[in-house]
Ligand binder design. Structure first.
Ligand SMILES: [Zn+2]
Length: 307
């Protein structure tokens, strides 16, 4: 189903109320129609005020939200939909205070929690690993008090950067970096790194390791280290720009991975001309997720002066 709104006007017409959001979710979850799990009937009644379908033949009730990130939510679906729309339609995303203002929410904490859950939903439940030739490196994010090491993998697509993966890592040891490669890159790929020894073991994972050595008298000739692995460094520079531009470097390290999800989602879809499709993708992931309780450690990102 690709029937997703393309503009704000279309979006408002498409989702004028709670029932329209519920119908849309139902179609994403069960594109071929809903079948009663008890009696296999496909005759189901829709409840006007509840996200529940009732079997016309055996009275069995099916929750539209159970098993999705919306399960047990006290927030109406149209607020969730608005949040997804704002999150996917702003080029650099939206902070909690920005969302609170845009949607007219009373509590900053509610906006923050919605965004936290949606960022988790920005990664597909069974995300595939990268294949082909991939540059891998580590970059630092943050300042003295919240410095974090991030593993970055960027697919080589001719002269361009293909898809990326990134994750917070603890250190540059062999087990950590090889673990990162094993998680995000398919065996049989070519892993291009700098000369760091920690990567040597990727050969044992069935990949080809291609360490880039600096040419003789590289520094003397004004060589830029970034040129050895240009794609990961371009990604790192965009990441830093986003981290300081949208969040003023205030992301709590405990929740950093969810923000990296969002960055990865945006970057991997940067050429998509349809914002509506991004909206659809997040919703699609949201209904495919297991319900999880809110688990943020604490809120530190986007305090009111951040916008
Ligand atoms: Zn039934």
């Amino acid at each position: 189903m690709r029937e997703s709104p393309r503009t704000s006007g279309e979006w408002l017409k498409r989702f004028p109320d709670e029932a329209s959001c519920r119908d849309y979710l139902e179609k994403i979850r069960w594109p071929s129609g809903v079948q009663c799990p008890r009696c296999q009937s496909m005759r189901l009644w829709r409840r006007r005020n509840r996200p529940v379908l009732k079997c016309a033949d055996c009275d069995f009730q099916i929750s539209i939200l159970a098993g999705t990130i919306f399960q047990d939510t006290k927030i109406s679906l149209d607020i969730w939909f608005q949040a997804i729309w704002w999150l996917t339609n702003q080029k650099t995303g939206i902070s909690a205070i920005g969302l609170q203002r845009a949607v007219g929410m009373k509590r900053h904490e509610t906006a923050w929690r919605i965004l936290h859950k949606l960022r988790i939903a920005m990664v597909r439940p069974h995300q595939d690993r990268l294949t082909g030739a991939i540059e891998v490196d580590e970059v630092f994010l943050g300042g003295e008090n919240n410095k974090q090491l991030i593993g970055v993998a960027a697919q080589i697509a001719g002269k361009k950067t293909g898809r990326i993966r990134m994750e917070k890592i603890t250190d540059r040891s062999g087990p950590v970096l090889q673990g990162f490669v094993a998680k995000y890159i398919n065996p049989g790929s070519t892993v291009v790194t700098d000369g760091l020894n920690s990567y040597c073991g990727v050969r044992n994972q069935g990949s080809i390791h291609q360490p880039m050595k600096k040419p003789y008298s590289w520094e003397e000739n004004g060589g830029d280290a970034d040129e050895l692995l240009p794609r990961v460094h371009r990604v790192a520079s965009l990441l830093k720009h986003w981290y300081y531009g949208t969040y003023h470097g205030r992301i709590d390290p405990m929740n950093l991975d969810t923000y990296l999800n969002e960055f990865t989602f945006r970057l991997n879809r940067r050429t998509s001309t349809s914002r509506g499709l991004l909206f659809y993708r997040v919703l699609e992931n949201a209904v495919a997720k297991d319900p999880r309780p809110y688990a943020p450690k604490k809120m530190s990102e986007d305090t009111p002066h951040c916008m």
